[in-house]
Design a protein around this ligand. Sequence first.
Ligand code: NI
Length: 182
Amino acid sequence: MLKTKDILDEKDKRLHEISKEVVFPLTETDKKAIHDMIEYLHDSQIEELAEKRDLRPGMGMAAIQLGIKKRYFVVVNEITEENDTEQKFETYIIVNPTIVSHSEEEICADAGEGCLSVNRETEGYVRRYARVKVSGYDMDGNKIVVRAREELAIAFQHEIDHLNGILFTDKLTFNIDGIRTI
Ligand code: NI
């Protein structure tokens, strides 16, 4: 099981390197990493498990955050609705992702963004596209296209930035005039 200390800290130079395209098939190491990332992200969003395992809550993780310089990420998005008796999640695993199109509209997370590699309070906002269409591959190498909006769109853009060696702290701004906050 992945522990919080297994995740690279922002001071680690590898987080500023550009990850490499994945050549299929995925290695066993990659498959295990993906499994561990899903488990971590899922459990970290369930208060009881997060406390028990001392996990920092997060919805996304890129391979490079585990020191694996390959272009893939996992997002575990909570989709719990009012009437649900337990928390529900949807999982995205995208290998070699590309943003193929995006809205003109920009948004930013009202509370600012967070990152499992940035273990401190930050000030400012990150401008993101409100909607993105991302293409890539699933774990078996099948082509996939995913459309995302709002919070999920922010998560995808944040994770793709990781693959290009960019942290959200590199993009912090207070210039959000006319930008919708969510
Ligand atoms: Ni991050």
